[in-house]
Write a protein of this length. Structure first.
Length: 224
């Protein structure tokens, strides 16, 4: 039971890395004094969403049921959520990469209350996608509901503690920003593929990005 709990906590943290990166890149658009607040709200919303989804776990499991078919390919509620989330990630990542590499006069978000709400809204949207994927993965690993609750609470708490350091580190190095955006594009593609029932092992994605991250760190240290 303890092994199952530890395994699920580690898995939730690994699956939450893309969430932290997405939140870090979005909050970078806000004034410095609002970034910590946005990160806190974003990850807190992720925690609340996952706890709510766990409370309605019977409904979550129904998302795996087939809704309709197109050319003989079945689609469920989960598939549609993953496809929509993947498309959104691809759009946001591509747009951010263009602004950082091609757009010499990027459009700045108005630093006001409406921009803050806009950022939180985008975070909430992706929180929902990642939460559904995370909960369904957890259900496939353990049967005890309390283990899922504890794993979610512990993993989100750990992410809250490290999110600021990860965010500051990524924002400090422009090359890591582009690398992080490429990582999100790959995650978006994986979500779309999974929505079409084409499973791409995320271990491949994490390994390739870990290797690229290692190379970037070596270059940064060499330059420094």
């Amino acid at each position: 039971m303890i092994i199952s709990l530890i395994t699920l906590i580690v898995l939730e943290i690994v699956l939450g890395i893309d969430n932290i990166i997405f939140i870090s890149l979005l909050t970078d658009k806000l004034p410095k004094e609002k970034r910590s607040k946005a990160r806190l709200i974003g990850l807190s919303l992720a925690l609340v969403l996952r706890l709510i989804l766990l409370a309605g776990i019977s409904w979550i499991l129904k998302l795996d049921q087939e809704l309709f078919q197109i050319s003989g390919r079945p689609f469920s509620g989960k598939d549609l959520i993953l496809i929509a989330g993947g498309l959104f990630l691809l759009y946001k990542s591509s747009k951010e990469i263009f602004e950082k590499t091609e757009d010499h006069e990027p459009t700045n978000i108005k630093k006001g209350h409406s921009s803050f709400n806009n950022i939180i809204g985008q975070i909430l949207l992706l929180d929902l996608v990642f939460s559904v994927d995370s909960i369904i993965t957890a259900v496939g690993l353990v049967d005890e509901l309390w283990i899922m609750y504890v794993a979610v609470i512990v993993s989100i708490t750990i992410m809250l503690l490290v999110s600021k350091k990860i965010s500051n580190f990524i924002n400090k190095h422009p090359s890591l920003k582009v690398l992080a955006l490429c990582f999100l594009m790959m995650i978006g593609l994986a979500l779309i593929a999974e929505g079409f029932r084409l499973h791409i092992p995320k271990a491949y994605i994490y390994f390739s990005m870990a290797f690229s991250f290692f190379v970037n760190i070596m270059q940064i240290r060499k330059k420094g």
